[in-house]
Design a protein. Sequence first.
Length: 409
Amino acid sequence: MHSIKRILFIHYFLFLGVLFLGPQSVMAQVESDERPLSVSQEGIGFKKDSVFLLNLRFRMQNRFGYFSSMDNIDKPGIEAVVRRLRLRFDGYVLNSKIGYYIQLSFSRSDQDLVSGNVSQIVRDAMVYYNVSKKLYFGFGQSKLPGNRERVISSGNLQLPDRSIANSTFTIDRDFGFFAYSTINSGPKHTVFLKGAVTSGEGRGQLVSPGGLSYTIRAEYLPFGVFKNVGDYSQGDLEFEEKPKLSIGTSYNFNDGTNRAGGQLGSILPNAVDLQTFIADLKFKYNGWGIMSEYFDRKAGGFEYTADNALAMNRIPRGTGLNIQLSRMLGRKHEVVARYSMVTPEKGFESYQYKLQNKALGYNYYLNKHRVKFQYYIGLDNRQHPGEITELRHTFTNRLNTMIQIELGI
């Protein structure tokens, strides 16, 4: 009990410190992880006539948290970490049609060193060719056009981390060819079409022993585009004067991947075919925001043997759901609620976790998403029947609370 009081006191102390910092005068702009910024009011810019542009930016997320278990099964702990530390370079060379986007990561959790043993510093390395304002192509390593929460930059999130549904079923980053198109079907209606053909093994992989990965995505905006690319930024910081809605759906087929999550996860003893279907929506109006995502993943294309059965049964498959509701309280304060769950496919409950998360968050925006204070409190469930000893023990209503400060340009 005393340790919890100390943690809450530290959170309160840091919160007061952020309030006294006061607002910033720098203009904020939503960044996209799907294309470079041709014009930026942020960061440091270098430009030479019309043949070269470099936007240099950085951001960091510093976090301090406490996690426990209210049923006293799981051991308590402290999280004190630089969650993210990144440098981003984007612009164009020769002319504005040839763009580039580079993002490097320097914190341990950003380099896949928590779950792996190979440092992955390069997150994004893309070359773009802009045919027009409504059509462009990319080649390199970047986020696949998958679920909305993944494609939204981690710097534009309402809560310190993405949902458990995202971490289980996202298709993440990969290397290959990308295409993006915008279709205006009327004065208000807008359709975005996106596709990618990639290696299927994720970032930093040297070879792809199996087949390739194929991703398609469509988004329909019936009431027109959002202010400041708001469909890819959480929270209605722009206070949309009219309702804005984006409905998206993605499908990914990963042919013969050797990783449990396709582009992510442990190495499998045999290649597997993964199919991931995603449906999501984003709604904003007058300070209110809603985001919802649904996932469905299936695995096949392999045969069970005595040696591979356990590993293949533990491939994450089933359904996931994430719902977030938020409300701006003035221009700088925001409250947000989340409910997320992951349900294993029928017949695989003994090999995989059933997950659930209920969370509340508070944000204080000093310079929109570029400089902000975040507070988070959540209850986590991790369940399984207990028939497979290799799975970690279950817990119910584990308390997880943290503060996070983001600062970037």
